[in-house]
Design a protein around this ligand. Structure first.
Ligand code: 5GP
Ligand code: ZN
Length: 139
C-alpha cells in the first residue's frame, strides 16, 4: 500500500483539514510554507493523468473549496496550486495529490521558472502535436 493510501486507511497518522466519502485534505509534512495542504482522492491512482475527466473534476471541486479556506483561514496573499505528474516533474509520492501552498508577499519562496523562446514555426508545431493528441471525453 502506498504512503497516502496508508494515510487514508489511518495506518499512518495525518492532520486532516477536510474529508468526505471520496476525498481527503491533510497537512503536508514538509511544507513549502506553513499551512501547505495536500488534497487527494481516497481511491489510489498514480498520477493526475490516470484520472478520468470526471474524477479530475471531482478532485478540483475539493481543491477549489480548500484553496479558499487556506487563503481565508491563513490570510494568505496568494496560493500556488500545483500537481506534479511523474518523476520527471518532481513527483515523489505516486498517489495523485494537489498541493495548495499559501503564499505571502515577500515570503522568500522562488520557484525555479525559466522562460525559453521558440524559433521559426516551432510554437505552432508544438501546438499542433498537442491538438492532435486531444481525445474526446470518454469517461
Ligand atoms: P510530490 O513531490 O510527490 O508532488 O509531493 C509529495 C509531498 O508529500 C511532499 O510535499 C511531502 O512533504 C509530502 N509527504 C510525503 N510523505 C508524507 C507523509 O507521510 N505525510 C504527509 N502529511 N505528507 C507527506
Ligand atoms: Zn495510494
Amino acid at each position: 500500500m502506498c504512503v497516502f493510501c496508508k494515510i487514508v486507511s489511518g495506518e499512518i497518522p495525518s492532520v486532516k483539514v477536510y474529508e468526505d466519502e471520496g476525498f481527503l485534505a491533510f497537512m503536508d509534512i514538509g511544507p513549502v510554507n506553513k499551512g501547505h495542504v495536500l488534497v487527494i482522492p481516497k481511491k489510489h491512482a498514480e498520477t493526475f493523468v490516470d484520472l478520468t475527466e470526471e474524477e479530475a473534476a471531482e478532485l478540483f471541486k475539493r481543491v477549489n473549496r480548500i484553496a479558499k479556506a487556506v487563503k481565508l483561514g491563513l490570510g494568505a496573499d496568494g496560493l500556488n496550486i500545483i500537481i506534479n505528474v511523474g518523476k520527471a516533474s518532481g513527483q515523489e509520492v505516486f498517489h495523485v495529490h494537489t498541493h495548495i501552498i499559501p503564499r505571502f508577499e515577500n515570503d522568500g519562496m522562488k520557484f525555479g521558472w525559466r522562460k525559453l523562446s521558440y524559433n521559426d514555426n516551432e510554437m505552432e508545431e508544438y501546438a499542433e502535436r498537442i491538438r492532435k493528441a486531444i481525445t474526446p471525453n470518454d469517461d
